[in-house]
Ligand binder design. Structure first.
Ligand SMILES: Cc1cc2nc3c(=O)[nH]c(=O)nc-3n(C[C@H](O)[C@H](O)[C@H](O)COP(=O)(O)OP(=O)(O)OC[C@H]3O[C@@H](n4cnc5c(N)ncnc54)[C@H](O)[C@@H]3O)c2cc1C
Length: 531
C-alpha cells in the first residue's frame, strides 16, 4: 500500500451531492484526498423546503463533511476555490478571517474534481435584493425567520389593514419543484399551525401565489402530474399564475406581465408581498464562470462542458473533471466521426473520409459510439433501420456524409442532463469507480512507461445517466414521475415520499433526526419562533 505522501493528490472542490458520492465510493488507499468548500457540511437539499417553515430542523438535513472525509483518510479545508492554474496544476484558494481579512494559498493537485454546484438564475430581473433564495442552510433560516416575522407584525395593533394584507401575502417566483414544494410546505403550516399559534389571523387573510413563466407548474414532469398539482393547489387556494413573467421586483411588490386568457393580450400586474421567494432555475457560480473564461473550448454560458468521461474540455487530458450542477456533458457525436472511422479505415487501408461502410462496419462504429457516448445507447437500438434510413442513395453502404447525418440526428435527440441531486450523485459514483480503476491500472502503466494517451477511455466506459424518476411534495399529497409511470395522491403518497427520502438520507444519525422531527411536529406542531 502506498504511503499517504506518495499517493496521487486528489483535490475535490465542493462538498455537495456529487463530491460526497465520489468520497463515499473511493478506495481510501488510492489517493491523498483534500476537499475544499466554504461549507463544512453536506446538505440534503430535497428536504430543504421543509426546513423553511419548521417542519424539519436544519441540523437534521446536514452531515458534517469531516465525518465523510475521515473515512477516506482525507483532509478538509473550509475555504473557497478562486482560480486554477491548469498548467502548473495548482488551485488558488482563499480563506476569509473573522476580521474580514482575506488570505490566499495554493493547493497542488494531480487530479482535480470541480463540484461547486450552481447559484440561482436571475434572468436579469431588477430588484432581487428584496427577495429570498432557497439554496442553502442560511437561506432556509432567513426564510423561516421572515415568514414568522410577517405573522408577528400582522398581529400588532399598530399594523394597518393594507400593511397586514401585504405581510400576509407570500409570492413564489418559479413553478419548478423547489417553488412548488415551498408553497406546499407553507400551505401545510397555514392549515396546521396558524390558527392555533396566531388566533388573531384568519386563514383566509393569508394568500400564497406561485408565478410561473410557463403554461404549467412542474413543467418538467409528466403533464398529468403537473395538472394534478395545479388542481390540488386550486382546491387548496394556492393561487397559480401561469404564463406570467416577472419584470421587476420592488421593495414590497412583484411586477409581472401575464398573457390574458381570452384574447392573449399581455397585461402588466402587481402582487404585494410580505415575503417573496425567487426560485427560477440555476446559473453558473462565479468560480465556474471564471474557469470557463480561461478555457477556449468552453463555449457554454450556463455550465462547464465536459466530455463523456466528465473531463473538463480544454484542460490536459485526465487532470480535471467537473460533476453535478456546475457541469454539462457535451455529446457532440458527429464531431468525433473521423475518430470512429479511423480504426476501421486503418484496418482496410482506406481514407476515413472516402470509406463506404457496409452493415458490419456500421455495427462496429455503433459499438464504438455506445462505448464513448453511453447516453446515445437508447438511440442506437435498431441499427438495421438506421442503416436503411440514412443510406439515401440506396448503395447498400453509408458514405461519410450519410454517416455524419445519422450521427447528427442522434446528437439532436440527446438532451442536456438535469441539474438534480440524482445526476450529481451518479456522476460522483461514476468518477469514484473510474478513479479506483485508474489507481489499479497505474502500476502497470508506470512499468510500461505509458505516460500519455487516453487512459480514462482505456480503463472505463463513458458516463451514462439513468433517470430513476422525480418526486415532488404538493401539500398533504405527493407526485411521482417514474420513467413514464406517473402517480400522485394523498396521505399514502406523502408517506411514500417521506420513506424514499428517509431511506436515501446520508447517515443513521440524519435518519434518526428526521424521524424525531416528523414525530415532534405530529405531536407538538411546528416551532414557530425566530431568533
Ligand atoms: C431547495 C432545493 C431542493 C432540491 N430538491 C431536489 C430534489 O428533490 N431532487 C433532486 O434530484 N434535486 C434536488 N435539488 C437539486 C440538487 O440539490 C442539486 O442538483 C445538487 O445539489 C447538485 O449537486 P452538486 O454536487 O453539483 O452541488 P451542490 O450540492 O450544490 O454542492 C456544491 C458545493 O460546492 C461548494 N462550493 C461552492 N462554491 C465553491 C468554491 N468556489 N470553492 C469550493 N467549494 C465551493 C458549496 O459550498 C457546496 O458544498 C434541490 C435543490 C434545492 C436548492
Amino acid at each position: 500500500m502506498l504511503k499517504q505522501r506518495d499517493k496521487p493528490k486528489l483535490v475535490i472542490l465542493g462538498c455537495g451531492w456529487g463530491s460526497v458520492a465520489l468520497l463515499k465510493n473511493l478506495n481510501p488507499d488510492n489517493y491523498h484526498i483534500t476537499v475544499v468548500s466554504p461549507s463544512n457540511y453536506f446538505l440534503y437539499t430535497p428536504l430543504l423546503p421543509s426546513a423553511t417553515v419548521g417542519t424539519l430542523e436544519l441540523r437534521s438535513l446536514v452531515e458534517p463533511i469531516r465525518r465523510i472525509t475521515s473515512k477516506v483518510k482525507g483532509h478538509f479545508l473550509k475555504a473557497n476555490a478562486e482560480e486554477v492554474d491548469f498548467s502548473a496544476k495548482l488551485v488558488e484558494v482563499s480563506q476569509t478571517l473573522p476580521t474580514g481579512e482575506e488570505r490566499r494559498f495554493y493547493l497542488p493537485y494531480d487530479k482535480l474534481v470541480i463540484g461547486v454546484g450552481s447559484k440561482t438564475r436571475t434572468h436579469g430581473v431588477e430588484g432581487l435584493e428584496y427577495v429570498e433564495f432557497l439554496k442553502n442552510v442560511t437561506d432556509a433560516r432567513k426564510i423561516r425567520s421572515k415568514v414568522i416575522e410577517c405573522f408577528e407584525r400582522a398581529c400588532l395593533p399598530s399594523t394597518t389593514d393594507e400593511e397586514r394584507r401585504k405581510l400576509l401575502s407570500f409570492v413564489i417566483c418559479g413553478g419548478g419543484p423547489t417553488g412548488v414544494e415551498f408553497a406546499a410546505e407553507l400551505f401545510d403550516m397555514l392549515n396546521e399551525d396558524l390558527t392555533l399559534m396566531y388566533p388573531k389571523i384568519l386563514r383566509n387573510e393569508v394568500s400564497v401565489h406561485v408565478v410561473q413563466s410557463r403554461s404549467h407548474i412542474l413543467n418538467t414532469y409528466d403533464e398529468a402530474l403537473s395538472r394534478y398539482a395545479e388542481e390540488r393547489f386550486a382546491r387548496d387556494q394556492v393561487d397559480v399564475l401561469t404564463n406570467a413573467r416577472v419584470s421587476k421586483i420592488e421593495k414590497d411588490k412583484v411586477i409581472f406581465t401575464q398573457k390574458d386568457g381570452g384574447d392573449g393580450k399581455i397585461v402588466t400586474k402587481e402582487l404585494p408581498f410580505g415575503m417573496c421567494l425567487w426560485s427560477t432555475g440555476v446559473a453558473q457560480t462565479d468560480f465556474a464562470e471564471r474557469i470557463a473564461g480561461q478555457l477556449e473550448l468552453q463555449r457554454n454560458k450556463h455550465a462547464l462542458e465536459t466530455d463523456s468521461h466528465l473531463r473538463l474540455l480544454g484542460t490536459p487530458l485526465g487532470d480535471v473533471y467537473a460533476i453535478g450542477d456546475c457541469s454539462t456533458v457535451q455529446n457532440n457525436i458527429a464531431s468525433h466521426i473521423t475518430e470512429f472511422l479511423k480504426q476501421i479505415a486503418w484496418e482496410k487501408g482506406a481514407n476515413p473520409e472516402t470509406l463506404a461502410l457496409d452493415f458490419g462496419m456500421w455495427r462496429n462504429v455503433a459499438t464504438r459510439v455506445r462505448k464513448r457516448f453511453p447516453q446515445a445507447t437508447d438511440h442506437l437500438r435498431r441499427l438495421d433501420r438506421l442503416f436503411e434510413e440514412y443510406d439515401v442513395d440506396k448503395s447498400g453502404t453509408l458514405d461519410f456524409q450519410e454517416l455524419k447525418e445519422l450521427l447528427g440526428q442522434i446528437d439532436s435527440k440527446l438532451t442536456s442532463l438535469p441539474a438534480t441531486a440524482q445526476r450529481a450523485h451518479q456522476q460522483g459514483q461514476y468518477l469514484a469507480r473510474k478513479f479506483n480503476k485508474l489507481a489499479q491500472a497505474a502500476p502497470g502503466l508506470a512499468m510500461n512507461n505509458v505516460t500519455d494517451g487516453d487512459v480514462d477511455e482505456a480503463v472505463y466506459k463513458g458516463f451514462e445517466y439513468k433517470h430513476f424518476g422525480s418526486l415532488a411534495y404538493i401539500g398533504n399529497a405527493a407526485v411521482f414521475d417514474l420513467n413514464g409511470m406517473s402517480i400522485g395522491g394523498g396521505l399514502i403518497f406523502v408517506y411514500l415520499w417521506r420513506s424514499v427520502y428517509f431511506a436515501q438520507s446520508v447517515s443513521i444519525r440524519t435518519r434518526m433526526l428526521l424521524a424525531m422531527d416528523w414525530g415532534k411536529r405530529a405531536l407538538f406542531g411546528r416551532d414557530l419562533m425566530n431568533f
